[in-house]
Design a protein around this ligand. Structure first.
Ligand SMILES: [Zn+2]
Length: 74
């Protein structure tokens, strides 16, 4: 595909995606051997679901009710 287009960039989308990556990393680091591992994983998973919903909403109408111009990069 073509070259990187800065106009297609969206900081909000980037932030949401970095948060998602951070949560995924956190989830991977939580060992099943930890005493509260299950509880913590459940919390992180819930956070991740909320974040997915936020990303979905932003992609659909995050820009004054209009779709995110960077949505295709998510
Ligand atoms: Zn956006």
């Amino acid at each position: 595909m073509g070259e990187y287009n800065e106009l297609m960039n969206c900081q909000v989308k980037d932030q949401l995606v970095s948060r998602l990556i951070a949560l995924n990393n956190k989830l991977n680091l939580l060992s099943p051997d930890l005493v509260h591992g299950d509880e913590e994983r459940a919390e992180v998973q819930l956070e991740r679901e909320n974040l997915y919903a936020e990303i979905k909403h932003h992609r659909a109408k995050g820009h004054d009710g209009k779709p995110c111009p960077a949505a295709r990069q998510v």
